[in-house]
Write a protein that binds this ligand. Structure first.
Ligand code: NAD
Length: 289
């Protein structure tokens, strides 16, 4: 048992999984969420669910965020009743949300000005990885903040890569999800091509996974959520469309011409008309298969 206390703001698909891993590692976990179902699920795990950020900050100086989008992170950090208003001296905020690099950098500056620290530590691995403590984290922020966060991050992840200054973790995560989004489209097209040519999709995936065309999408997503029609990964279309939109924004900000990536981004943007926000993100393949 570590005897340490950690807070989680946002107890949704990922926050719930992270709470499980931290409790297993011996942390006392204090959490808060706007949703009643999320509050109840967390309470059932053994999380001390509190009403608001003020109550959470009163009990801990280490605060994990797992929120949908940058706008929610801004509200929680700098909004009325938020972390800046209520944090104890020298608090550490670890933002595991997939957020926007420039917003992260601005929030980090505000927190540092007040004696706090912010790490952007977005994650890969989905709710299952969060619950197993086997996520991958790409981290931006001060090395001293990362050293301080290490014990907690080690309970959540199997691999941590520090990419330098604040916001760089979020840049890396957007690039990762752009690749993931493109791989979903290209792998779906590859399977459609094979099917049309008379091949069995499951056998084709097995062959691809033993060859150089494989990716996490062919190795994990197709067998686990797509070929069996389960489509229950715990990651929504809405959040993946957000990530792809931010990746496209990054390409534009860098004034680059990346034709295949931009085509993939356009396919994801257009999917809004056909696939509802609440659907599983793997449903993008349905446009191709
Ligand atoms: P989610 O919608 O299931 O959970 C987010 C939670 O934040 C919700 O329960 C919501 O009620 C809560 N929330 C929003 N505003 C709040 C506020 N002001 N105070 C307290 N709680 C608030 O989303 P998720 O799937 O858990 O994803 C969380 C983040 O992690 C997103 O940025 C997502 O892109 C990223 N992510 C998700 C996955 C995945 O597989 N689900 C994988 C990697 C990264």
């Amino acid at each position: 048992m570590t005897g340490k206390v950690v807070g989680i703001i946002g107890l949704g698909n990922m926050g719930n999984g992270m709470a499980q891993s931290l409790l297993r590692a011996g942390y006392q976990v204090i959490g808060t969420d706007l949703g009643e179902a999320q509050q109840k699920a967390a309470r059932d795990l053994g999380v001390d669910v509190v009403a608001d950020i003020k109550a959470l900050c009163a009990q801990t100086t280490e605060i994990i965020l797992s929120l949908p989008m940058a706008v929610h992170v801004q509200a929680v950090v700098q909004g009325p009743g938020g972390i800046i208003e209520h944090a104890q001296a020298h608090s550490l905020v670890i933002d595991t949300s997939t957020s926007e690099p420039e917003i992260t950098r601005a929030l980090a500056a505000q927190l540092v000005e007040r004696g706090h620290q912010l790490l952007d530590a977005p994650v890969s691995g989905g709710p299952a990885g969060a619950a197993a403590g086997s996520m991958v984290m790409v981290v931006g922020g001060e090395a001293t903040a990362l050293s301080r966060a290490r014990p907690c991050l080690d309970a959540l992840s199997s691999k941590i890569v520090h990419l330098g200054q604040s916001g760089n973790g979020h840049v890396a995560k957007l690039i990762n999800n752009l690749l993931c989004a493109a791989h979903l489209v290209t792998t779906a097209e590859a399977i459609a091509l094979g099917k049309k040519a008379g091949l069995d999709p499951a056998a084709l995936i097995e062959g691809l996974n033993a060859g150089s065309g494989r990716s996490a999408i062919s190795e994990v997503n197709f067998p686990r959520w797509i070929l069996n029609q389960e489509f229950d990964s715990g990651f929504s279309m809405q959040l993946m469309r957000k990530d792809v939109r931010l990746a496209k924004q990054l390409i534009d900000d860098m004034e680059m011409d990346l034709s295949l990536s931009e085509k993939a981004a356009a396919i994801w943007a257009e999917s809004e008309n056909a696939i509802a926000d609440g659907e599983d993100f793997n449903c993008i393949v349905k446009n191709h298969l």
